[in-house]
Design a binder for this molecule. Structure first.
Ligand SMILES: N[C@@H](CCC(=O)N[C@@H](CS)C(=O)NCC(=O)O)C(=O)O
Length: 122
């Protein structure tokens, strides 16, 4: 219980630190931003607000100005079971990549997610 409280408190310190130090997002013209929104519309990030690995991914998304949909996988969220059933486990961050054939790839590991986003959208 105490460990959980300390962990959550630390998480919110990270959230605040991120907000204060993240700098500015990449600038695009409105046409380019509309295009990137379209190109990333098949992506969804499952996350916890105060998870350091999620903060790292959200920070990278912010820097690259990627308007990717985010779903909370916290206790009580309806998206938690979506993540568990689709991806196989409740672990965040997880990037859901919807494919044209109707299937989805569930990518866990913050470093892999950031590398994927950089490779395709930076
Ligand atoms: N190596 C992973 C670590 C992710 C991780 O440990 N996430 C925690 C939240 S901060 C989690 O989902 N824990 C639940 C679990 O592992 O079942 C990454 O970099 O994404």
């Amino acid at each position: 219980m105490l460990v959980k409280i300390v962990r959550n408190a630390l998480g919110y310190v990270f959230v605040l630190f991120d907000l204060l130090t993240r700098g500015f997002p990449r600038k695009r013209s409105s046409e380019e931003q509309t295009a990137i929104a379209e190109q990333t519309s098949h992506l969804t990030l499952y996350h916890f607000r105060a998870c350091p690995f999620c903060i790292k991914v959200r920070r990278a998304m912010f820097k690259m100005s990627l308007p990717i949909a985010k779903k909370s996988a916290a206790q009580g969220s309806p998206y938690r079971s979506e993540l568990e059933q689709g991806g196989g486990r409740v672990k965040v961050p997880c990037l859901r990549i919807d494919q044209a054939d109707g299937t989805s790839q569930w990518m866990y590991e913050s470093n892999d997610i950031i590398a994927y986003l950089r490779q395709h959208y930076s």
